[in-house]
Design a protein around this ligand. Structure first.
Ligand code: AMP
Ligand code: MG
Length: 496
């Protein structure tokens, strides 16, 4: 990685590097054969105050490949550990990624600039430090789709190919993703130092996380308990959002659980077509640990691991008390999750005020669709149409319409408590229920063209559709439905 004399608009202010010595290794990206820009997210680049013209160039591609560093960058690989599928891995870390630096964006938010696939680091273990074009574009598509759906997430700033072939399923084109995040501090970052009983470092990290993400906690009586509460709150709200849109993260390991509450590390993730609580697509998740309906339970598990790392800090004099206080917070998570889940689901059914039976109404709908191959995304748009007086598409989803008709009658009675008429209810529903989500068959099609032929046309088209998820377009019909039967059962793979 060679330093350039130009900043490209990056005005770095690298607090992690400056303040957290000992929690990372300074490192550099590999040289690349021929970096070529696949996609630069110009809107995001603008938000970050970057020099778009300068970056949309061969030099820009070199920067996003990790081969050149813009002025002021201080690339480093972060240390972290993590529970992977329940087993503790004490030493993971950025094995193929670099934090290039931080900038404060136009909204005064501090953001990490981070490269994934830029070469081996001291944390690479047996890995090659690289990323293949398919997974890079998958993360690009899905993270940008999530953002458009209003879900807290890391963002994609750029995707480049490196001109190298890397070994995956045979040789595949190498690529690098530039990712933007509120930070890359993970539950696993805390675990790395907690497991080594380096409590001084855990404390420095906790103080840093508070200052960066939760400054309001600084004033509270027990700030580390405040940190725990704040992270629980963000993560719980996040998982409720995932569940409300049918998203399955796929690898909810603690190293993929952020302190900021942003979705991170889109590996074997997928949106379900048909509603199925057991939906699980990852080839290595043989027992369905990270299945769709298990996500709220894994959330509690992951946050318990976070709580454990803070016990030495909460009450340094009285560890028994620390343990009890942290335990109390963890115990409250399921109720908090239920609160957020209801808050997400209500507007999906056009419910803007609160009635006692709302939860039962929603749960009854889910019971009716369970096991009936009902497309989860289309269901809510078809319900809005039913509210407009046209239940044809809704009825066509069911072999036997008796149950849904009876449910509709209850829903219509409930909607009388709304202050607006049914047409307005339906219009409001359409603003929160997407038409276009990253359908697995479409994502796979786009990635296959990119991998096999370096043909990015489908990727660009799909990205355009996914970043406009709520407004129906006549010429986008191909994008609005589930996979054809011939697509078969969907399986995703790790090791990207
Ligand atoms: P992930 O499954 O992508 O969340 O990664 C889990 C761990 O494996 C992290 O420490 C990664 O940095 C590391 N890792 C994943 N792929 C590679 C690779 N190709 N080379 C080196 N390390 C990797
Ligand atoms: Mg990860």
């Amino acid at each position: 990685m060679e330093n350039t004399q130009s900043s490209f608009g990056f005005r770095f202010d690298n607090t992690f590097s400056r303040e957290l010595d000992g929690l990372y290794a300074h490192w550099k990206g590999d040289e690349v054969a021929h970096a070529s820009m696949v996609k630069l997210n110009k809107q995001l680049a603008k938000e970050l105050g970057l020099d778009i013209e300068a970056l949309d160039s061969e030099q820009g591609a070199q920067i996003f490949a990790g081969a050149k560093a813009p002025q002021g960058a201080e690339p480093l690989a972060q240390a972290y550990a993590g529970h992977q599928f329940g087993g503790f891995a004490p030493s993971l870390g950025d094995g193929r990624a670099l934090l290039i630096g931080e900038i404060v964006d136009q909204n005064k938010q501090r953001r990490d600039i981070y490269l994934k696939g830029s070469g081996r680091t001291p944390f690479s273990r047996g890995g090659d430090g690289k990323a293949a074009i398919g997974p890079v574009l998958r993360e690009y598509l899905v993270s940008e789709a999530m953002h458009a759906l209003g879900v807290p997430t890391t963002r994609a700033l750029a995707a480049v190919t490196t001109g190298q072939k890397i070994m995956r399923n045979g040789f595949e084109p190498g690529a690098v993703l530039t990712r933007i995040a509120a930070s890359h501090i993970r539950v696993g970052t805390f675990q790395y130092f907690a497991a080594r009983q380096e409590n001084g470092k855990v404390k420095r990290l906790a103080d840093y996380a508070i200052k960066r993400h939760f400054p309001e906690v600084e004033e509270s009586e027990s700030k580390y308990l405040g940190l725990l509460r704040a992270v629980i709150d963000r993560q719980t709200a996040l998982v409720a959002k995932w569940v409300s849109i049918g998203f399955v993260h796929g690898v909810m390991n603690t190293d993929n659980t952020t302190i900021s509450g942003e979705t991170i590390d889109y590996g074997p993730c997928a949106f379900m077509d048909a509603y199925d609580p057991a939906a699980c697509y990852s080839s290595i998740d043989r027992y369905g640990r990270y299945a769709y309906a298990n996500q709220p339970h894994v959330l509690v598990w992951n946050l318990s691991r976070f709580a454990e790392t803070l016990i030495p800090l909460i009450d340094e004099e009285d560890q028994g008390k620390s343990f009890r206080l942290a335990g109390d917070e963890v115990t409250k998570i399921p109720a908090q999750y239920n609160f957020y889940w209801l808050a997400e689901m209500r507007p999906k059914l056009g419910l803007s005020n609160t009635q006692d039976d709302d939860r039962a109404l929603i749960e009854n709908l889910l019971k009716i669709i369970d096991g009936n191959s009902i497309d989860f995304t289309q269901l809510f748009r078809n319900l809005a149409d039913a509210a407009r007086g046209n239940a044809d598409k809704l009825n066509a989803m069911f072999a036997d319409t008796a149950q849904i008709e009876s449910w509709l009658a209850t829903w219509f009675t409930r909607l009388k408590h709304e202050k607006v008429d049914l047409q307005q209810v339906a219009d409001k529903m359409d603003k929160v229920n997407p038409i276009y989500i990253p359908r697995n068959h479409l994502v796979e099609e786009a990635l296959a063209a990119a991998t096999n032929d370096l043909d990015f046309e489908q990727f660009h088209k799909l990205l355009e559709v996914l970043t406009n998820p709520f407004n129906q377009r006549g010429d986008w019909q191909k994008y609005d439905g589930p996979a054809p039967k011939a697509f078969g059962e969907y399986i995703t793979y790790c090791g990207t």
